[in-house]
Write a protein that binds this ligand. Structure first.
Ligand code: GP9
Ligand code: MN
Length: 622
């Protein structure tokens, strides 16, 4: 086993050609990150990650050349370097047009390719030839080399792939520290590339996409009939006076970041946390028992629920995994009724894969970060401050054809709830959680921003003819802060029952000039928004596959299913295999919850079936 004892140096020298290629590809990728993609880092650790992330895949890719013998080994090294360059360059050209990275579906999607065709040459520059510099160097070295090519020994191959794996694990570990739940939650391609590198990202993407594809293959058109029979049997007739009430009016949807109902009508040192929202209750339909139904996809899940009346996934984000599906979403339906549909949100368009998903949902336009002027002065935390965001959105709103359906997504009230001093209108709390302490101040700020928005809309004459739907996207304070939460709510402890009740988020339907406003108790959730909007617009939807029910329907059942299978009815709360009495939170026998357990399961099951099977691609003759 003398060969196994070869020293590291010898190993490097034996495959000098390949290691040179690894080094060149590594450095080249980093330079492209900085010069081509202009990726910047806020922290040293992030920059370090960016620097090391091309290494593991460079070793892995070029390591395959060890399987070849003689001169062919060198030729393979050159070809693999060329292949890697083509992948990088493909991403770069795509990035120059879309400010985004390639995904496998995009490569095979004709729509996107069409967009690119005309301009692809404009996106290239003679300077791009520098990208071939490593391939050139390798070619020259190859032509000049006279020494015989060293034969690969078995242990070398194993050692090399072990090295690649080790490098990848180290890389991933640091990335997980820097971005917890990177692979399951933060589905921003730029973030993935920043953290694990372009090639690893493509492999990860291939894995995700192929998983989705297999489930799709086994689905058939009879599946959709089965699901529709189920949803139609749950259909409830709308309320006659509310049906068509919003016809031809502009619809303004406001997704309020991380707000939970417990802040409504609550004070800190005698100061209301949400004075504007508290006041809005009396001029609106306010839903006191409205729950978010999101999971790991957070904001994107709430968007999915609202636009489709389908559940998001129990893990991962449907926005990321199933953007290639066929949908029959609100924007698409409204477009067919001559509505202009858009989203305004001052973040990267690729965050949560929004750019691709919005296309699938049928939005006409996404006013992303590029539509906003974001400076150091007007941003905090995740970016543009809410008040500036709303202010700058007015011009966009005015530029749109009417009637429009526009969704606004706020950002300032996002973890870690940072705020500039001048925007802090109330004191922080004094619990043992800094997060909760700051949270109330950013909620207060968001409330202020909403007031500014309404005032501006009134001043611009955009208020009267609009219908407003405001809802919280998901929780802001997780169970991790239960101790602090119990201090704030003056409770002894937060039980699983309380945790479910804390998933309530504010929900308003505000119709300017309307008189019959009231606070409604119906137990409901984000899944109910789509049928409600359709009915308010006078659109018949008996045949739509929806898992929610019109919030105004006199026939609706008070019922909501959360994504983890918990559910709430008028009288009971079910969570973690326990049934509770809703009024008191007292544990009761399971038999009380039993009748609804099956329905909760079926709702989730059939909704998942729709998504995994991409069932809406099958035509149903309505
Ligand atoms: C990002 C914003 C926040 O664009 O919507 O996303 P979240 O982390 O809340 O899902
Ligand atoms: Mn959110």
């Amino acid at each position: 086993m003398a060969s196994a004892k070869l020293k590291l140096k010898e190993l490097l020298v034996r495959n000098k050609f390949m290691w040179t290629a690894v080094f060149l590809l590594w450095i080249k990728t980093y330079v492209i990150y900085k010069v081509g993609f202009r990726i910047s880092s806020e922290k040293l650790l992030q920059e370090f990650l960016l620097f090391i992330n091309p290494l593991s895949s460079a070793v892995f890719l070029l390591g395959f050349c060890l399987f070849f013998r003689g001169k062919l080994k060198y030729i393979m090294v050159i070809l693999v370097s060329l292949f890697a360059t083509i992948v990088l360059y493909g991403n770069l050209v795509y990035y120059r047009f879309f400010s985004d990275f390639l995904t496998w579906p995009v490569l095979f999607q004709t729509g996107n390719a069409k967009d690119l065709q005309g301009s692809v040459f404009e996106l290239m520059s003679p300077l791009d030839l520098f990208l071939l510099v490593d391939v050139m160097i390798l070619l020259i070295l190859f032509l000049k080399s006279k020494r015989p090519v060293a034969e690969t020994i078995k242990y070398e191959k194993i050692g090399l792939f072990a090295t690649a794996l080790l490098l990848f694990i180290v890389n991933l570990t640091i990335a997980q520290i820097e971005r917890p739940q990177l692979l399951t939650r933060a589905f921003d391609r730029e973030m993935l590339v920043k953290n694990i590198g372009t090639f690893n990202y493509h492999i990860y993407d291939a894995f995700i996409q192929s998983k989705a594809k297999t489930q799709r293959v086994f689905a058939s058109s009879s599946d959709i009939l089965e699901v529709r029979n189920y949803t139609m049997s749950n259909y409830k007739k709308p309320d006659a006076t509310m049906f068509g009430i919003a016809q031809d009016k502009n619809i303004i949807l406001i997704s309020m970041e991380s707000i939970q109902s417990f802040v409504i009508n609550k004070e800190v040192d005698g100061e209301e946390i949400t004075p504007f929202l508290n006041n809005l209750i009396k001029d609106s339909y306010y839903f006191e028992n409205f729950y978010h139904q999101t999971s790991q996809g957070k904001t994107s899940d709430s968007e999915f629920l609202v636009d489709n009346s389908l559940f998001g996934k129990d893990s991962g984000a449907v926005f990321f995994t199933h953007s290639g599906n066929e949908y029959n979403a609100l924007p698409e339906i409204l477009k067919s009724k001559d509505y202009y549909t858009s989203v305004m949100h001052a973040n990267n368009k690729s965050f949560w894969n929004r750019d691709l998903m919005y296309e699938a949902l049928g939005y006409d336009h996404f006013f992303d970060i590029a539509s906003y002027e974001v400076t150091d002065e007007n941003s905090i935390g995740w970016g543009l401050k809410d008040a500036d965001f709303f202010e700058q959105s007015i011009a966009h709103l005015k530029s749109q054809p009417t009637p429009f359906y526009t969704k606004f997504i706020t950002l300032t009230n996002h973890f870690p709830f940072e705020l500039s001093e001048e925007d802090q209108f109330i004191d922080e709390l004094d619990t043992n959680s800094r997060t909760l302490n700051q949270y109330v101040t950013t909620v207060r700020y968001m409330d202020y921003a909403l007031e500014v928005f309404f005032d501006r809309l009134k001043a611009e004459g955009l208020y009267e003819n609009a219908v407003f739907i405001l809802y919280g996207d998901h929780y802001g304070i997780s169970d991790y802060h239960n101790k602090a939460m119990s201090m704030f709510l003056e409770k002894e402890e937060i039980t699983p029952f309380d945790s479910v009740q804390l998933q309530r988020v504010p929900m308003y339907i505000h119709i300017p000039g309307h008189v019959n406003n009231k606070t409604l108790q119906t137990v409901s959730g984000q899944i109910d928004v789509k049928p409600t909007i359709l009915h308010m617009l006078g659109i018949e939807d008996r045949n739509e596959i929806q898992f929610g029910t019109d919030l105004f329907s006199p026939y609706r059942k008070s019922f909501v299913v959360l994504r983890d299978g918990s559910f709430v009815t008028d009288t009971h709360v079910y969570t973690k295999d326990t049934c509770y009495l809703k009024n008191t939170g007292e544990e009761v026998e399971m038999t009380y919850c039993e009748p609804y357990r099956q329905k909760a399961k079926l709702d989730l099951h059939y909704s998942d079936k729709m998504i995994y099977g991409d069932l809406l691609r099958f035509d149903l003759d309505n």
